[in-house]
Design a protein around this ligand. Structure first.
Ligand code: EPU
Length: 763
């Protein structure tokens, strides 16, 4: 085929062999769909496949998941995406062989030229408005063909050729200047703003392209009268029709009632009331978009009743205020908004929904936009209570020095927002936002990249969290991604996927059954005083039995029964109040009953199980059992029963003793602790005492006191304590532990065994 063909005729009246380079993208797949419906032989290549390429293959697309010149040898025409580099093998080979190669927009403009074209343009709202136009014209019986840039469930596919109708509705892409290629009959101009400054020098350059399009528009120009730039640029064209909320608009909306997910308003043409409309997509900006569609459809002869009826049925495009999760407690919404104006509009809508707070996760899109509009981004988040910003999604751009998510955070903070934070790791964004959640929150993900995946993860976890909340009831607590550094005395550790605080045995038992049935790992944590959680945190349910029945201490005669959440220190004091001795050593252990049982904790030469009479626990099925001391197998710092079961309470036996004697033993314990143990943050003793020599003494003799890895340091007070100097990581702790073990082994031939429990996943 020669280069100078009539492309419109070639594409719409003849049948040819056509190849699309970069066919998996949302824009290119639409072209492929149209070409297949027009009867062409269509092949396409892309480095990745997509749901669209799967669907198109069932319609006849020959798909290659790589770009090889040989696969496009027979093609007479090559269509390429703007994301394709000049040195692409298929593109290069086609050009060398004198074949015609066209950009996506050129192909679209040519296909559209075969019909009465309606081009929807503007910086924001194109996909919604072009889809709404196609939907309303379709309902009006006009059989329009369409091409829109997103998945629109109500339209079926993103592009459709309907041989029966005269009209073709398309979304024009202004980002690369290609709207100047179109010669539509009508144009619908939503708004014009500074955008895509990677391509355009300034607003004047943008204006020039829009003015050219308007000059090439043969029919009517519809524009939004509430948009100053659009008004200025469009007003002077012939045959203009404007719409909007302003009194001057030809098509106007009044009495607007913005509801949670819809809007109701009255529509006027001049002084004539056309009727009432209800729109099932939220936000004032969408009322404007709908007015544009009403103006267009009315001028094309569709009666208002039909327009109004179809508007109520219109459903949103994906990623446009798309509800991902909706419960009385939480609402999760995803939106594609990535320009400051869109962000403001979407946040305004989110605010109007009427939930208590709006939490936002935002992924800036493109380095060039982030840099150019950083001031505007700084002012765009006023309506959000909390904002978590991640790093820039580059699209096809290379990074620019200094242009990161931090830049946006700094601008937002400089503007006076107090609730903004930076999370450079995208895969951790859902955690940061999820941990902020309180009942009544709306969470919004914003951005044109892949931030919505983080919201989907949050939504999936929230489904489980809500079930857990139902189990623990009003009195209990459930939190997502709770940092375990807050719940361990060592102050290190990543998050718990689900942090659950039941208050009684029934709730704990139900939790055990739920986790078993749903295959969720379950881990119990007490006061976290003997625990080292790795930096990646713990997947599954982390149960913290505390408060309620779990903190109770009851005394009957010489027996003290305490829930697993009761602090050992409090048991020691309760025993003193009842004049019971023998439990004074508990004063010096920073843990609770659960942990003391699990590891048979000890101090001052005493061990927990020397005083235990009975233990009550739940088995793996959630059934309760009571066992007396003589039925239990116990070792030094090890109680095997609790590896598979869950303690509920324990009964200890004290022996009546004179108050002064108890007081003096308590003082002895306090004194021992004060003089031999560090006060800094630690997990108590790290190693079990080997038979040959206490671990503290050994570490001391090895000369390792005060040695450190990062902020993890061996205490100078006691060699068996590692302290956190502030901000230490689990990785640092583990490395220091390893160094000590190595030294003990090589220098003294002693295998040190950790007493502290090490759990969780690496970061
Ligand atoms: N020692 C040194 N240098 C040191 C530390 C200790 O020479 O840096 C010597 C001491 O002088 C003493 C011996 O090592 O002769 C044992 O030390 P200590 O009396 O402090 O007792 P420990 O065996 O290190 C045990 C428990 C502690 C408990 C204390 C006090 C173990 C692993 N540790 O420590 O429990 O608080 O007794 O009763 O059994 C814990 O389990 O987390 C814990 C802190």
């Amino acid at each position: 085929m020669t280069k100078d063909i009539d492309l419109a005729k070639f594409l719409t009246q003849e049948r040819h062999d056509i190849h699309l380079v970069g066919v998996a993208g949302s824009g290119m797949s639409g072209i492929a769909g149209l070409l297949l419906q027009l009867g062409h032989q269509v092949s396409g290549s892309d480095k990745s496949d997509s749901l669209e390429t799967d669907r198109l293959q069932t319609l006849g697309l020959k798909f290659y998941q790589q770009h090889r010149a040989a696969d496009a040898r027979d093609a007479e025409l090559v269509v390429y995406s703007s994301a394709i580099k000049k040195d692409n093998p298929i593109l290069k080979s086609a050009q060398e062989n004198g074949k015609r190669t066209v950009r996506r927009a050129e192909a679209l403009a040519a296909i559209m030229a075969a019909k009465r074209g309606i081009l929807v343009v503007g910086m924001h709202g194109k996909t919604t408005t072009s889809a709404m136009s196609a939907h309303v014209l379709r309902a009006g019986g006009l059989h329009p063909s369409h091409y829109v840039g997103g998945e629109i469930p109500i339209l079926g596919t993103n592009a459709h050729w309907d041989g029966r109708g005269e009209f073709f509705v398309a979304e024009g892409d202004e980002s690369d200047g290609t709207i100047a290629l179109f010669h539509p009959e009508h144009a619908l101009v939503l708004n014009i703003e500074e955008e895509h400054l990677d391509f355009y020098a300034d607003l004047t350059a943008i204006e020039k392209v829009f003015r050219q399009l308007l000059a090439q528009t043969t029919g009517k120009v519809f524009y939004c009268a509430d948009e100053p730039n659009a008004t200025r640029i469009c007003r002077s064209s012939d045959r203009v029709i404007c719409y909007g909320l302003s009194d001057e608009a030809d098509y106007r909306a009044t009495d607007i009632e913005l509801r949670d997910f819809s809007s109701a308003f009255s529509v006027y043409r001049g002084k004539e009331k056309l009727g009432e409309a209800v729109l099932n997509v939220p936000g004032e900006h969408n009322v404007r978009n709908a007015l544009g569609v009403i103006a267009l459809a009315t001028e094309l002869g569709v009666v208002f009743e039909k327009i109004a009826k179809s508007l109520t049925k219109f459903q949103h495009a994906r990623r446009r205020f798309e509800i991902k999760y909706d419960s009385p407690r939480f609402l999760l919404v995803d939106d594609y908004g990535h320009h400051p104006t869109e962000i403001k509009a979407t946040l305004k809508t989110a605010r109007s929904v009427g939930r208590k707070r709006v939490l936002t996760m935002f992924q800036p899109h493109r380095y060039s936009r982030t840099k150019a509009l950083r001031k505007e981004f700084g002012r765009a988040f006023d309506q959000a209570d909390r904002v978590v910003i991640t790093d820039v999604y580059g699209s096809n751009e290379s990074p620019m020095p200094g242009v990161t998510g931090q830049l946006v955070v700094d601008e937002i903070a400089a503007h006076g927002h107090c609730g903004v934070s930076y999370q450079p790791r995208l895969e951790w964004v859902h955690r940061d936002v999820g941990n902020l959640l309180e009942s009544g929150d709306l969470v919004l993900s914003l951005g044109a990249g892949n931030i919505h995946e983080q919201l989907s993860i949050l939504a999936a976890d929230l489904v489980i969290a809500e079930k857990l909340k139902e189990i623990v009831g009003e009195g209990g607590d459930v939190r997502l991604y709770e940092p375990l550094s807050k719940h361990t005395t060592l102050r290190v550790g990543g998050p718990a996927q689900f942090w659950v605080e039941p208050r009684n045995e029934t709730a704990l038992s139900e939790l055990i059954r739920f986790c078993r049935r749903d295959n969720l790992p379950l881990f119990v944590i007490g006061r976290g005083s003997n625990l080292l959680v790795r930096d990646g945190g713990i997947r599954g349910v982390v149960v913290h039995p505390s408060g309620g029945d779990f903190d109770k201490i009851d005394i009957h005669g010489n027996e003290i029964t305490a829930g697993v959440g009761a602090k050992l220190k409090e048991i020691a004091y309760a025993a003193r109040a009842a004049d019971l001795g023998g439990l004074e050593w508990m004063e010096g252990i920073p843990g609770a009953v659960g942990g003391a049982l699990r590891m048979n904790a000890g101090a001052m030469g005493a061990q927990t199980f020397e005083k235990v009479v009975r233990v009550r626990y739940l088995d793996g099925e959630g059934n309760a059992h009571d066992k007396n001391r003589d039925e239990l197998e116990v070792h030094y710092r090890h109680f095997p029963l609790l590896e598979q079961n869950f303690a509920v309470s324990a009964t200890f036996r004290g022996s009546p003793a004179p108050r002064e004697q108890i007081e003096s033993r308590l003082r002895e314990s306090q004194e021992k602790r004060r003089t031999t143990q560090p006060i800094a943050k630690s997990a108590g003793c790290i190693f079990k005492n080997p038979e040959k020599c206490p671990a503290g003494k050994l570490v001391d003799e090895l000369g390792l006191k005060n040695s450190s890895v990062g902020k993890a340091r061996v205490s100078e007070v006691h060699g068996n304590f590692i302290v956190n100097d502030g901000g230490a990581t689990a990785t640092e702790m583990l490395e220091l532990i390893d160094r000590i073990k190595q030294a003990a082994k090589t220098k003294r031939g002693i295998e040190l065994e950790t007493e502290v429990q090490i759990v969780g996943e690496p970061a």
